[in-house]
Design a protein around this ligand. Structure first.
Ligand SMILES: CC(C)(COP(=O)(O)OP(=O)(O)OC[C@H]1O[C@@H](n2cnc3c(N)ncnc32)[C@H](O)[C@@H]1OP(=O)(O)O)[C@@H](O)C(=O)NCCC(=O)NCCS
Length: 193
């Protein structure tokens, strides 16, 4: 393929989920999560539809400008958009992040960990990152639990870019090497076909 050809958009498949870049059809479900107080509790509170649109279009734009951003997560069984999970690095961000946000009805099923595992595999295979972080509010125990399930550890306090520089966050993370050591253990423990 010549350099002038656009790269095909990645589509990842897990046991229960499809991960693909966001498209216009995702916006209504995205906006519904942005006005859900429970979902937004540790993400700066609920957002107006206008702010949700700006966030959504910046996610779509990041795929075009950078070639990556969080994937839309689609539940295979229903075809529903259930959240966004994957790599992101907005300007001024404290590091190369793997983030996760799910619609409330998709919590408690293991979807965040399942999607993040596929997204991390893809990220380390395609983006050249040597470590990943997760920016997590100290009170966000559900998100900390996902980080721990993935093998990430707490590294200390962090700072978001302005105007979010007063948000209390902690940085969790792990290196590419640590991930692949765990990955080797994961694949070694899988039953052979
Ligand atoms: C953070 C967030 C993604 C975590 O979602 P989650 O569903 O708790 O996380 P997981 O997908 O790893 O699921 C784990 C849970 O599913 C349960 N589960 C059920 N079936 C399962 C299965 N087949 N496989 C694995 N886990 C399963 C686990 O027991 C666990 O429940 P528990 O925490 O009650 O023990 C979710 O709370 C969220 O979207 N919050 C709002 C946005 C947010 O704060 N994002 C993070 C910003 S840093």
């Amino acid at each position: 393929m010549s350099d002038a050809m656009p790269k095909p958009e990645p589509v990842l498949e897990t046991e229960r989920l499809i991960l693909r870049p966001p498209c216009g059809d995702d916006f209504e479900a995205w906006a519904a999560t942005a006005r859900d107080e429970e979902v937004m509790r540790h993400l700066g509170g609920v957002k107006s539809r206008f702010d949700a649109w700006n966030h959504f279009t910046s996610a779509v734009g990041s795929w075009h400008v950078l070639g990556f951003h969080a994937f839309s997560v689609i539940e295979k069984r229903t075809g529903r958009w259930v959240g966004r999970v994957g790599p992101l690095h907005p300007d001024g961000w404290p590091g190369d992040e793997i983030g996760w946000t799910l619609a409330r009805e998709a919590w408690g099923k293991g979807y965040a960990t399942e999607a993040a595992t596929a997204a991390i595999d893809w990220t380390f295979a395609n983006l050249g990152w040597v470590r990943i972080i997760h920016c997590i509010a100290p009170a966000n125990t559900a998100s900390q639990a996902v980080a721990k399930r993935l093998g990430s550890i707490l590294q200390g306090p962090g700072h978001m870019p302005a105007p979010r520089d007063q948000d209390p966050i902690e940085i969790w993370g792990q290196t590419r090497k640590q991930w692949f050591l765990r990955h080797a253990a994961r694949t070694a423990s899988m039953p052979s076909q």
